[in-house]
Write a protein that binds this ligand. Sequence first.
Ligand SMILES: Cc1cc2nc3c(=O)[nH]c(=O)nc-3n(C[C@H](O)[C@H](O)[C@H](O)COP(=O)(O)OP(=O)(O)OC[C@H]3O[C@@H](n4cnc5c(N)ncnc54)[C@H](O)[C@@H]3O)c2cc1C
Ligand code: FES
Ligand code: FES
Length: 490
Amino acid sequence: MLQFYLNDQLIRTDQPAGSTLLDFVRYHQHLKGTKIGCREGDCGACTVLVGELPAAGDAVVQYQSMTSCLTPLGNAHGKHVVTVEGINAARGTLTPVQQAIVQENGSQCGFCTVGFVMSLTGHALSARPSTPDSVRASIDGNICRCTGYKSLERAAAHLHGQLSARPATEAVRWLADQQFVPAYFAAMPARLQALRDAAAAAATGGSEAPTPPAMPALNPLDAPAAARARILGGGTDLLVQQPERVRATPVELVFDQTHLRGIRREGDVIRLGAATTAQQLLESDVMLAVLPALPRFLKLVSSTPIRQMGTVAGNFINASPIGDLTILFLALGAEIELADAAGQRRTLPLADLYLGYKQLAKTADEQVTEIRFPAPAADSDYFNFEKVSKRTHLDIASVNTAAWLRLEDGVVQAARLSAGGVGPVPMLLPKAAAALVGQPLTQQTLRRAQEAAQQEISPISDVRGTAQYKRLLLRQLLEAHLLELRLLTD
Ligand SMILES: Cc1cc2nc3c(=O)[nH]c(=O)nc-3n(C[C@H](O)[C@H](O)[C@H](O)COP(=O)(O)OP(=O)(O)OC[C@H]3O[C@@H](n4cnc5c(N)ncnc54)[C@H](O)[C@@H]3O)c2cc1C
Ligand code: FES
Ligand code: FES
């Protein structure tokens, strides 16, 4: 049975874990404020907030905006789901977010408005200080067909002004005083903790429990050898592709498995849990220490709500030839750990996972548990990611590529180049990389690498561009790596 808070109400439901939070909210709870637009995570009309206690005993709930059309209902377990019906302190009063949108004429037909309100309310609840950029970025997953956005940007700027007074501690009380959220929000940490305690007690047969897991499901790796249910991460690929099938079949939820979360450095190796989200990568001090430009790269990946839902392993296993995280981790030299239902583990270089279009070198019951890569060295290693798509944000790539280079005295000692959109799988370009090794980074070296890359790729013409265009793009993006890293010497 799934249990979570929906606004001020405790919910217990037997609805399938793979059904969508959107359908539950609208059709089971009859909360119709949350709108349905695309059902593909693109428009943001269905945005809700999902809050969780990061760890047992924490006093602050972390809220994230999510597109409820792609949020598996099971991923709400143990959390606080907030819809637009749950944010007004009293009937007939507007929150400061709603007031700002009214004041700046940020709503016309109104279909998108609830989504904008929820994203901006999520920004108000964020533990990070508000900046002009961060408040604007909080609505990067919301589309409006009427306003032209300027009025919404003014509303966002207006809010940023108000939020500059938000204190660093006791922020929820301040937000409740200012009527951003109702007073019941202050009780949510204790309520979510009580849910955890009850789940942990139930799991241990009522005895005193140690730190309970975020998701009180059986650890899949402790399960007896048996065929696995369909693994479901953030749902941002699977619930776009097969929502009915996922709803109708048993799923194994991995998003909240604590042993699949977390990013840490051990010696020269960075290790991340398979259920790490793109947003967690973006906010990780461990990642930023070795890849300071990561926020620039990841801003090109989906939108804030989708980054808060989609996992790294989901990106790898979806096996899209243009998966951005896959391209990034290929060039980082990542390997994955796989565990089958019996608990047998093996390690595989990420590049060896891809056998052909959507064909993987793994059995159906193998789950990705961990991703590891050698930490780039600060003094000798260079890394860059490039992506070209039809529009800069919230779009999939026509061609993407990443480069890792190790230099000594201006000469390349080792290199890894990856590319997507130029073949049936996301791929490494070993011949192009070999053309760089042992060479200074001159125009001549670059041309040799570009020529070698052309021999390794086999793009096809499709909606994202002709084969010829993709060849041209890769050629130019290889040069862009060296220009961006300021490594080209003549
Ligand atoms: C609006 C929108 C925009 C997007 N933009 C981009 C973009 O710019 N770039 C990009 O690369 N992608 C993009 N995506 C795709 C998607 O967000 C990513 O691929 C994401 O990383 C998928 O992760 P997930 O956890 O949501 O996967 P899910 O949908 O949960 O799962 C995807 C597949 O992985 C399997 N799986 C998940 N976790 C595991 C595991 N631990 N072990 C084994 N199998 C597992 C599932 O069974 C399924 O087959 C976008 C998606 C949407 C909806
Ligand atoms: S309905 Fe469009 S993002 Fe969910
Ligand atoms: S006000 Fe009509 S879509 Fe935004």
